[in-house]
Design a protein around this ligand. Sequence first.
Ligand SMILES: O=C(O)[C@H](O)COP(=O)(O)O
Length: 408
Amino acid sequence: MADFHQNGNIATLHNLRTRDLDDLTYELSAFAETRKITLILPSLYSELEGEALPHILDELAQVPYLHRIVIGLDQADEAQFRHAQRFFSRLPQTHMVIWNDSPRMQALVQRLERLGLAPQEPGKGRNVWTCIGYLIACADSAVMALHDCDILTYDREMLARLIYPVANPGFPYQMAKGYYPRIGDGKLNGRVTRLLVSPLLIALKRVVGDRDYLDYLRSFRYPLSGEFAMRTPTLPDLRIPSDWGLEIGVLSEAWRNLAPQSVCQVEISDAYDHKHQELSPEDASRGLSRMSTDICKAIFRKLAADGTVFTPNVFRTLKATYYRCALDLLESFYADARMNGLAVDRHKEEKSIELFAENIIRAGQVFLDNPHESPFIPTWNRVHSADPEFLADMRRAAAADLEEYAAG
Ligand SMILES: O=C(O)[C@H](O)COP(=O)(O)O
């Protein structure tokens, strides 16, 4: 049974298991009559062949309150795009599959390149950014929700709970961030959240001192969850990182753009499992190693923008402090897991901590070498002011792709 603890920084909306899904769905459907809700699904083509997405579609097919579903399809060729259209056609809601690699979409990226506004690299950040652009171009939704396509434990209650705080017109929330425990196969997962982000935030507080931004980030029970919902007026001014700092980046943007009273976190599942990436200790450009470096960079950059001075010595101290904090937290995770009959491989976890400690230094070095480097894709407001026709052309391009490469 959940608790009802509030941390005092941002509101936490728990699942007290006192309300059934039908009742929640009924109320969401009433909200949706006056505030249209769009769901964004950033998807890799390979996820269509995985076990999670077919089940996600089965669940979504039963959701009555969604106005539109926008699927951003990455890493697909023409035949795969046609297949994707067939795959998603069982959704009863209006939906759009955006083929990000289509010749038309690529021509649009080149158009942005000429303006110096193109995303620096492909990936989930660019995919999400494109889908948000499409949503802005449609100009008919009041609420947007987004979740990953690799959730093995998906059910439609997760979506209902994610959307509710921003769809309820009586609530002050502009953004809701999902949280849950990541558990699967009898193990405690969420390696980067538990072993990097949580101890790093504690260590930063010790090394650089109290910062509102650190307190804010520490308030989130699962800062790396890929699930969030927002009221759409905030979207045109949202800067999305194109690297793996996407989740932290979106939280940082909410901190910059919104009052703390308008941000909340919401419990959406009691056991979440997804596809696990490899740690990749040998190759820092892949897997959780790359993810951990990008996350550190995102946090360092944000603190620097808030007036924190970083030097090589600060990063060396931070590494040592982090290492101690991470080992201490590991004790807590171990005890918690053990008491709940879950496995924690302490050797593997300590190896991960060692890798993350190295990556703190690596990220620090990248930051010191190039403090102005920014992974952020320009906001849609900026693109719109540089090229007022762009959004309408993008919407037309997505529709033309759909027509030209009909499922067949
Ligand atoms: O949330 C995280 O910490 C990362 O996405 C890794 O998650 P995993 O350990 O569950 O694969």
